[in-house]
Design a protein around this ligand. Structure first.
Ligand code: H2B
Length: 123
């Protein structure tokens, strides 16, 4: 019981229980195509089922501020990015390790990152 309520409280306000279950499925075929169409800035990674995008900010402060804000969203979604930062650039790779590929969870996090970057006027 304690486990169940802890798990639910971690995602409360972010997703419905039903969504949590379906979002962990690897996207294939048309579902994958339409999901990627929602993410114009993102590319498919070579030799791996994952997506990536590079964000460019005006300086390190903006880049790191974006990472701090994205980290809070990632923690709320219990879904975490692979990322690499040098000065004003942040390279992000998203995949659902448990599913061995791209899922709706990656799409949700990618869209949230796009919104945050837009708010900092990233390219
Ligand atoms: N993040 C990503 N990107 N993929 C996962 O499969 C994943 C994660 N799994 N964050 C979560 C945490 C899992 O390890 C925990 C136990 O829920």
């Amino acid at each position: 019981m304690a486990f169940a309520s802890g798990w639910r409280s971690a995602i409360r306000g972010t997703m419905e229980t039903h969504e949590v279950a379906t979002m962990a499925e690897k996207l294939t075929g048309n579902a994958r195509k339409s999901a990627l169409a929602k993410l114009p800035g993102w590319s498919e990674v070579k030799n791996r089922d994952a997506i990536s995008r590079q964000f460019t900010f005006s300086d390190f402060n903006e880049a790191f501020g974006f990472m701090a804000r994205a980290a809070l969203v990632a923690e709320k979604l219990d879904h975490h990015p692979e990322w690499f930062n040098v000065y004003n650039k942040v390279e992000v790779t998203l995949a659902t390790h448990d599913a061995g590929g791209v899922t709706e969870r990656d799409v949700k996090l990618a869209q949230a990152m796009d919104r945050l970057a837009k708010a900092s006027e990233a390219a």
